[in-house]
Design a protein. Structure first.
Length: 306
């Protein structure tokens, strides 16, 4: 097959159209991030999600015990089941297992959605706006797959068509979810760069005499803010100041019973080791070793870097 003089070959046209399409999608998502009109929906929904009587289940949904958000793990089940059902729809005699997978995926999407909503309610405005659109695409997917499950026994062709529509909606939702996770860093550990920004060895912070027992004080370690808390026994604990959840200032939070609470979303960290006592944070705070120099200056270093 030859191409007319001056005409682009099909591969060249695709290489131009695909980047343009992706750029258009990215532009649309950036407009969503800045669409303040969505806040009229986000605010009451956020209040409703936060008011759910989840108790200790809320930390499980956040993924505190897992060490990172639970929602991305849970969505693998519905997506895998739905994609597998689409493949079985092409196999003769596989109607029943295909319908079973559609039902399994639809049921599994419900707890995955609950985990997603729990995370969404503790994000900042731009993430929440994008998250609403992400949720909308996923609600459409669940609705289409639910309808597909119902009609497959009587009208298999319509059931397959609804399933394909659900798969398309779920794929759009996954694309938006990727934007949330990687472009907007929802769920990412905001303190991960800390060990890479501090040189090995001991670093002097400031006079211990300036620390009031039980009160958090913010000091700078190079370009990294840290929070120092002096105990009643004279020991000093030092953590990275920016919360691992959304970089809230721990130095502005409450100190109680050996813990510090982030003032933004209520994550609680143990001062002695930076571990997460309560979410929504899932990653621990970087914790520093401390010593008091002969001249009364507090010095710190990262564990193993002294």
């Amino acid at each position: 097959m030859t191409t007319a003089p001056g005409a682009r070959p099909p591969t060249a046209r695709v290489s131009v159209l695909v980047p343009r399409l992706l750029r258009s999608c990215l532009d649309a998502l950036e407009r969503v991030e800045n669409a303040e009109a969505l806040d009229r929906v986000a605010t009451p929904v956020q209040k409703a999600v936060r008011a759910l009587p989840l108790g200790s289940l809320r930390d499980v949904l956040h993924g505190r015990q897992l060490g990172h958000p639970l929602h991305p793990v849970m969505v693998q089940v519905p997506m895998g089941a739905w994609l597998s059902s689409a493949v079985l729809d092409l196999v003769p005699g596989a109607r029943r297992p295909a319908r079973l997978l559609v039902g399994l995926g639809t049921l599994a999407a419900l707890p995955a959605a609950l985990a997603g909503w729990a995370d969404w309610a503790e994000q900042h405005e731009q993430q929440m706006r994008t998250g609403l659109v992400h949720a909308g695409a996923n609600v459409a997917a669940v609705s289409l797959y639910g309808a597909s499950f119902v009609v497959r026994g009587r009208r298999p062709l319509l059931g397959r068509a609804l399933g394909l529509g659900g798969l398309a909606s779920a794929s759009v939702g996954g694309f938006i979810g990727g934007h949330l996770a990687y472009r907007q860093a929802a769920g990412a550990n905001k303190t991960e760069p800390v060990p890479h920004l501090i040189d090995p060895g001991w670093h002097r912070l400031g006079p211990v005499a300036e620390l009031t027992p039980g009160k958090a004080v913010r000091w700078m370690l190079g370009e990294v803010p840290v929070v120092a808390v002096r105990g009643e026994d004279g020991t000093v604990d030092v953590l990275a100041d920016r919360c691992s959840h959304l970089a809230g200032p721990l130095s502005e939070g409450d100190v109680d019973d050996g813990c510090v609470t982030c003032p933004w979303h209520g994550s609680v960290f143990r001062l002695s080791d930076g571990s997460v006592v309560r979410g929504p944070a899932t990653a621990p705070q970087p914790c520093f070793e401390t010593r008091i120099e002969p001249d009364g200056i507090l010095a710190v270093c990262l564990p193993g870097a002294g």
